[in-house]
Design a binder for this molecule. Structure first.
Ligand code: SAM
Ligand code: SF4
Ligand code: SF4
Length: 337
């Protein structure tokens, strides 16, 4: 029997995001700037990562709290060996109805069919520009758009549901908003714009570099008129729009200019097994340690209950207050997006 639990702001725990690795083949400036994540950066050694057995055990415990959706992320999750095996095992867990993956898609060509066959339902593919020159700069590795576009094709051919995500940062890629919209209007894939966020401590965030939802919509609407759409479900993070002359959709995730903390039902697990109740948290709760100490499922369940029922997080609502103070936040590549 499912026991839903509510936090201090009456939000149920519904979605679990699991970072399966902290490494990545990209160096996006807003996430893992190359100057900080260089050749000598100390990533997690393999034995510190949660094993598949540990992940599955935790998913089973979370599912009993009513968690239905799992998102695998990173770092770059496709760099974790045998990810399809993990997906197949999560698919077997009672109560899990939806498995999604967030990826930069470079390794998707090789893996899409296998991932789908293992039970993956959806992929969110990150692509910040359609022009090579801009994209090569944003990913920090000089990678052209072709491998990502091929990855999107492979996902489509495999029958995965696709959304394309573009982080927009002023001075980096706002020139790509309309070209990206044009491109994906033609393919029919849903494109979602993400406001640049102040995650982590290294991306030099400031409010001026945030291109707001309002600006994004105005730019696209001027060339391709948009019609607003109702949310698909409670807690959907993207505001949705359809083009007036087609069924293609766009979405905007306006986590900075229109905070959606009041419906935030997400909980996050880092690759080394720490639990975070907010993307902007400063500390996590060590579940891997509990697993290695052989604590029972009942003990872990009681601990999760205590954590979630005590949760008050609403960083985005209070952003202005926090930005006045120095705060050591967890890196996005560590906690997963
Ligand atoms: N490597 C995979 C990818 O890029 O899709 C998964 C991990 S990545 C951390 C997850 C998502 O977080 C990506 O869509 C990425 O664009 C987004 N992201 C990272 N840093 C961000 C920032 N500072 N502001 C907004 N979104 C960010
Ligand atoms: Fe890697 Fe994704 Fe971060 Fe880019 S956003 S550096 S692809 S983890
Ligand atoms: Fe959820 Fe924290 Fe983001 Fe608010 S700031 S929506 S509580 S993750």
């Amino acid at each position: 029997m499912t026991t839903y639990i509510l936090d201090q702001k009456d939000r149920p725990m519904r979605d679990l995001r699991i970072s399966v690795i902290d490494r990545c083949n990209f160096r996006c400036s807003y996430c893992m700037p190359a100057e900080v994540f260089g050749d000598d950066y100390a990533f997690m050694p393999e034995d510190k990562l949660l094993s598949f057995d540990e992940i599955v055990r935790l998913v089973e415990i979370f599912a009993r709290f009513g968690v239905e959706k799992i998102r695998l992320t990173g770092g770059e999750p496709l760099m974790r060996k045998n990810l399809h095996d993990l997906i197949a095992r999560i698919k077997e867990v009672d109560g899990i109805t939806d498995i999604a993956l967030t990826t930069n898609a470079v390794f998707l060509v090789r893996q899409a069919a296998n991932l789908k066959a293992s039970g993956l339902d959806r992929v969110n593919i990150s692509l910040d520009a359609i022009e090579d020159e801009v994209f090569q700069r944003t990913n920090g590795r000089g990678i052209k758009t072709k491998p990502v576009l091929k990855g999107i094709e492979a996902a489509r051919d495999a029958g995965l549901e696709i959304k394309v995500n573009m982080v927009v940062k002023r001075g980096m890629n706002e020139s790509q908003i309309v070209p990206m919209a044009r491109y994906f209007k033609k393919t029919g894939d849903t494109l979602r714009f993400i406001e640049f966020m102040d995650v982590g401590n290294h991306n030099g965030w400031n409010m001026y570099e945030v291109v707001s939802k309002k600006e994004i919509i105005e730019l696209i609407d001027a060339e391709m008129p948009l019609v607003p759409l109702a949310p698909n479900y409670f807690g959907e993070v993207a505001d949705r729009f359809r083009y007036s002359d087609s069924n293609a959709e766009i979405g905007v995730i306006s986590s900075v200019t229109e905070a959606f903390c009041s419906s935030c039902t997400r909980v996050r697990l880092s690759a080394d097994g720490k639990l975070f109740t907010c993307l902007f948290a400063t500390h996590g709760y060590d579940l891997k340690e509990m697993l290695s100490e052989n604590q029972s499922n009942a003990d872990i369940t009681a601990y999760l209950y205590e954590i979630w029922t005590g949760r008050k997080d609403q960083y985005s609502v209070d952003r202005a207050k926090y930005n006045k103070k120095r705060r050591d936040k967890i890196e996005m590549s560590y906690i997963g997006g």
